[in-house]
Design a protein around this ligand. Structure first.
Ligand SMILES: [Zn+2]
Length: 321
């Protein structure tokens, strides 16, 4: 165990799961870096803005956990968006992450196409997953797009890391609905593990990714450190990722204690929407007077509901004349 790891573990582990938090960690002897997301009230709020069928809520919870893992790779300021477009009953999912820790999201679905027992992969179907990152510092925008092949979000994330980032990565996502005397509530959790050796990867460790067609993939055994990291991470149980009685530190310690795990300060995650009255007023001003007249409801006002947080704002049409 490294000295830093000893110090980190010497920090008193909180007895309970820290809800709505992101815990970065490293397993230095294996060149592994990772993040553990534990979402409680924030994801429960996102999943209850609409009356989602439970299977759709689970899927959106997975998307929220994955977005937290990936969005938190932006260190301080910037925005990250996960968006799916696909041919399944859930044809669109959008989750936004504003660094350092604001999350919002919704799913669009056709209830009549949802069949009993459909898993996340079948609910999404085939299409694509777009991951967009915008940095505030220089307004740089990057977008990675990867195919959805009917096997769900975690598998699509694996493809993304393999093809676009060429970083060996492992993603686990879990969602559960807890039922207590106080009521029902949703929880979500996620684990991201990445192999980032200081020394450049040997070519044989890399998938050719977006290499031009015709390039022959380099075959070879994966690095021993990554194989070991994967086998340790694979022992994670879904219920451990969402267990409110198990702290993130304890979970990571149980997975990686033989090698020593360093944990870094947790980052709080909250549900927060970007919508505002001012933005909607500006949007309404951009329409023609006829368009605005068409929007007037039976009550004589223009009502606008945010599709993320479902806040309803009503405006007097006369204010725009
Ligand atoms: Zn909103």
């Amino acid at each position: 165990m490294t000295r830093r790891a000893e110090e980190a573990i010497a920090r008193p582990a909180s007895p309970f799961a820290e809800d709505d938090s992101l815990l970065p960690f490293a397993v230095e002897p294996l060149d592994l870096r990772g993040r553990l997301a534990r979402l409680g009230p924030s994801v429960n709020s996102i999943l209850t803005h609409y009356d989602y069928p439970p299977a759709v809520a689970r899927l959106l919870g997975e998307a929220a956990a994955l977005t937290t893992l990936l969005g938190s790779l932006i260190e301080s300021h910037g925005r990250f968006q996960l968006q799916t477009r696909s041919d399944g009953p859930v044809d669109m999912i959008v989750v936004d992450f504003d660094a350092p820790g604001k999350l919002r999201g919704f799913a669009r679905y056709d209830e009549s196409r949802i069949l009993a027992g459909m898993g996340p992969g079948a609910l999404i179907g085939c299409g694509h997953l777009a991951l967009t990152m915008e940095r505030d510092r220089d307004a740089a925008r990057y977008q990675g797009v990867v195919a959805l092949e009917g096997d769900g979000l975690a598998e699509a994330a694996h493809r993304y890391f393999r093809q676009s980032e060429q970083i060996p990565s492992y993603v686990r996502l879990a969602v559960a609905e807890s039922v207590t005397p106080a009521g029902r509530s949703w929880r979500a959790g996620g684990l991201l593990l990445q192999y980032l050796p200081e020394a450049p990867l040997r070519p044989r460790d890399l998938d050719p990714g977006d290499a031009p067609e015709g390039v022959v993939p380099l075959e070879g055994a994966e690095d021993d450190a990554w194989v070991e990291g994967l086998s340790l991470a694979a022992t994670t149980q879904d219920h451990e990722l969402v267990d409110p009685g198990l702290s993130g530190e304890r979970l990571l310690y149980s997975l990686f204690h033989e090698r020593g795990v360093t944990v870094y300060p947790t980052r709080p995650i909250t549900e927060a929407c970007r919508c505002s009255t001012e933005r909607i007023v500006n949007l309404l001003r951009s329409f023609t007077p006829q368009d605005r007249r068409d929007m007037i409801g039976d009550d004589g006002r223009i009502g606008v509901t945010c599709e993320f947080c479902r806040t309803l704002r009503a405006f007097d049409p006369a204010d725009f004349d």
